[in-house]
Structures are given as C-alpha cells and as structure tokens.
Design a protein around this ligand. Structure first.
Ligand code: SF4
Ligand code: SF4
Length: 447
C-alpha cells in the first residue's frame, strides 16, 4: 500500500538530539546557521549513539529543550523551514564492505523504532550475530521508489542481504503477518539467488531452521501471527527461531539481530541513493480523513499531521498505539525515529472511568499471551512488593496491554506492571540474567 506524503511545510521542525537509546548527540550547528536537507546536524563519538540530520532546508532558530513524544523534554534543534528542497550531495555506496556498512548505518542515523541504534544491533560489542530478522508483521509499506509490490519485495530482500552482510550473518529472514495477504502475495515467487521464494508459515513447533533446511536457502520469508506489545523482542526471537533469551538479556545475546522494515529500507536508501535517515512512514488512526500510512519528515510536529487529517475536535493524542503508547500533553511534539503511529480519539471516546475493585473474573489471566497472572502482579506492584513481582516473572510481560483492555474494573494493570518493572530494573541491574519462565510456552506466535 502506498503512503500519502505530507505536503504542507510545517512552520517549524523540531529535531531531538536523542532519538535512540544511548548517548545524546551534540549539536553540530548553531542558532542562525542555514541547513540543507540531509545535512548532519548532531552526532556523538560514542559507539552507542546515532547521528541526526536535518529533514528540511532552513535556518536554525534555536537549540533548546523541547517536548518529546516519550513524555520527557529533550535538547532539540529547532529549524524554520524554507521552500527549498535542496539537499546535501547524496553519494551512493559502491559495494561497501562489512565495516563500511556498519559505519554507514551509524553515519546515516539509522535507528530501530524500539530505540537501539541499528549498528549496535548488527554489531553488538563482544557478541557474534549469525541471523538477521526483519520484523515486518506490522506490515508498514514504506514510501519509496518502487512501482509495484513485487519490486518492493525485491528491495526488502536486497535490504536483508545488506543487513546480513553488515552483521556478518549467514542466515536471514523477513517475518510477515500471517493475515497480511498483500505482503504474502508480494513476496511469493520473488527470485532469491535463482530460486523462487515460498512464504513459509510458522505454525506449531516449526521454526525457521526447519524451513532453512526444507527450502535449502539461507534467506527466507516466513509468516506468523502478529505479536503486539512494547517489549516483544525476546518473545519474538523464541517464537521465530526457538532460541531462548534470558530475562535481562536481548536477542543479540543468542546471535539474533532484529531490525524493522523502516531501518531495513533506510539502509537500502543509504547504500543505493546515499540518502541519510530523515523521513519516515507512520500509521495514523482516528476520525476525519486520516490516511492509513503517511510519509513525513522527521521532526514534523504532530500538530501539522493532525491538521492535514481534519479530524475535528480531538480529545486525546497517543503516540505508538492506544494500548501501549504514550498519551501526549501537547501536539507540538515531533515525529522521531521511534514514532510508529499517531492515534487520535474524539473527546467522547476518551476513557475517563475511575478504576474499581478487582472482581476476580480472571479475564486478564485468560488473555495474557505469556501466561502471567496480571491481577496478582498489579496488586503486588501497587503495594511495592517488587521482590514478589520478580518471583512471579513480571519481567516476562511483553507490555501488550491486553489485560488492561479486558479488565471490567478498568484497573491500570499495565501502568502498575511497568512501574514495578522499572523499579526492579533499577534494583537488580547488577545481577546476572535469569532464565525466562515463559520460554516453554511459545503461545503467541504459533497457531
Ligand atoms: S501481563 Fe498484561 S501487558 Fe503483560 S503480557 Fe500479560 S496481558 Fe500483556
Ligand atoms: S480482569 Fe480486572 S477484575 Fe478481572 S481478575 Fe483481572 S484485574 Fe481483576
């Protein structure tokens, strides 16, 4: 599906110097400087960081703290855009080596939507990656230069090959949603190294290794049920590969690099067009004329995107999904590399009910995809019994929000669980990783 482009030029663009986990960038420009599209305007010498670029031509108005969609204030470069579309010279990379690709990813400012700079995922310190996965189950179709779905699918395969080369991985796969007939049709029959692709369904106990052998290929496209949630990486890794990731570790600890469609496409553009990461596709939902997908320049305030949809009076703005996202206190926040979705609610649809007492209906237990007991965790979190939360495997929660959505008493279960997880994270950060309890379940990805 093609993305609509936001054509209107915003009054200002806000580029936060932190759009990733890790070190904040330092500004490379000053107030009054003129900048071009694609110009690097912030960077850090630290490995765990990623450059930021201007998405417009214009004048730097200020470098100051500004509202960020994660709820904090972050030092940001404020730019007044001009009408010009002039870019810095874009130089495609010619057959870059593995190390050159890693450097290109960092220099191009490519970051996973879940926060990690992509080069740290592909080349984590002291770890070896042998498999790269592109999680395309959210089926974002990224704006770009392709004329049909097959061409898009070929570009994604090429992007996967680049990611595998950068990581030094021998195997790679693109995972699409099992109900996403548009993607399945696009990938089915695409040629990879002289063979026609067959989309492999991940059902039952079949994991990728089964299909790598069956299709005698190191590159696969597989389909599975979409897993919703904020912290799904470990769970996703197990469901797709069968590799267990301990609590407090991440997929790179078991040799798996997980990238998103956006970062894969950004690397493709960086290599073949020399273009840094300065625009992105987001999904929109709400009243008015909201298109499903929109291609926007990073740093565009939510306000300009919302106005383009004519939604009428808006009661609530939520970044990154109603169930697990962050409600915004201002529409001045900008789209960042971590923004995947903007949801708008009419005033009458905003939930304002007070939480009531638990009626022990167990609906939250029934819907939990990782077999936790959300009602009990919520009580323990509320009472500050964090050690007990840990004993009940609260760290396995993937923050999907299903428990809160199912609760007839409107208890803020997810917020309480997040509160406890943060407290536990700070208290136990020096302890070695603990084996996950849910890994035997594999309950969400299969049939
Ligand atoms: S406890 Fe709630 S938010 Fe966490 S995984 Fe279970 S249903 Fe999802
Ligand atoms: S769904 Fe809500 S009311 Fe029902 S057991 Fe869970 S917390 Fe209690």
């Amino acid at each position: 599906m093609e993305s609509k482009r936001l054509d209107k030029i915003p009054e200002k663009i806000v580029i936060p110097l932190r759009q990733h986990n890790g070190f904040v960038c330092e500004a490379l420009v000053a107030k009054g400087d003129e900048v071009l599209i694609g110009q690097k305007i912030g960077d850090s010498s630290e490995y765990n960081s990623s450059a930021v670029h201007s998405s417009v031509c214009g004048e730097v108005l200020a470098i100051e703290e500004a509202a960020h969609p994660d709820g904090n204030k972050v030092l940001s470069i404020i730019i007044q855009p001009s009408d010009s579309e002039e870019t810095v010279p874009f130089t495609p990379a010619k057959n870059p080596s593995k190390d050159a690709l890693i450097e290109l990813v960092k220099e191009s400012g490519i970051v996973e939507h879940y926060g990690s700079p992509t080069h740290t995922v592909l080349k984590p310190r002291d770890k070896k990656i042998d498999m790269v996965l592109i999680n395309a189950t959210a089926s974002e179709w990224i704006g770009g230069k392709y004329t049909n779905a097959k061409e898009y699918a070929s570009q994604m395969i090429d992007a996967l090959k680049l990611l595998m080369k950068a990581a030094g991985a021998s195997k790679g796969a693109i995972i699409i949603g099992k109900d996403d007939s548009e993607s399945i049709e696009a990938f089915e029959g695409v040629e990879v190294d002289g063979k026609k692709l067959l989309v492999a369904p991940l059902v039952g106990k079949r994991r990728l290794d089964h299909y790598f052998k069956d299709q005698e290929s190191n590159i696969l496209v597989a389909s599975q049920k979409r897993i919703y949630g904020k912290n799904i990486l470990n769970f996703f890794t197990y469901n797709v590969t069968g590799r267990k990731v301990a609590i407090d570790q991440n997929p790179t600890d078991v040799g798996v690099a997980i990238c998103g469609v956006k970062s894969a496409k950004a690397l493709y553009d960086a290599v073949y067009e020399g273009k840094p990461y300065y625009e992105t596709v987001i999904t929109l939902e709400g009243p008015g004329n909201c298109p499903e997908y929109m291609l926007v320049k990073l740093g565009t305030p939510f306000k300009d995107i919302i106005e383009s949809c004519n939604p009428g009076e808006v009661g609530k703005i939520i970044a990154n999904g109603v169930r697990t996202g962050v409600a915004q206190y201002t529409d001045e926040v900008p789209v960042t590399k971590g923004t995947t979705k903007i949801s708008l609610q009419k005033p009458e649809d905003v939930l304002r009910d007070e939480a009531e007492a638990c009626v022990h209906c167990a609906r939250c237990v029934d819907v939990c995809p990782v077999d936790l007991i959300p009602s009990r965790l919520a009580v323990m979190a509320d009472q500050g019994r964090f050690d007990e939360c840990r004993q009940f495997h609260i760290q396995n929660c993937i923050e999907c929000g299903r428990c809160a959505g199912a609760c007839p008493s409107k208890i803020y279960i997810l917020q309480l669980i997040r509160y406890a997880k943060n407290a536990i994270g700070m208290a136990y950060e020096d302890l070695p990783a603990k084996e996950s309890s849910n890994l035997k379940l594999g309950c969400c990805g299969g049939e």
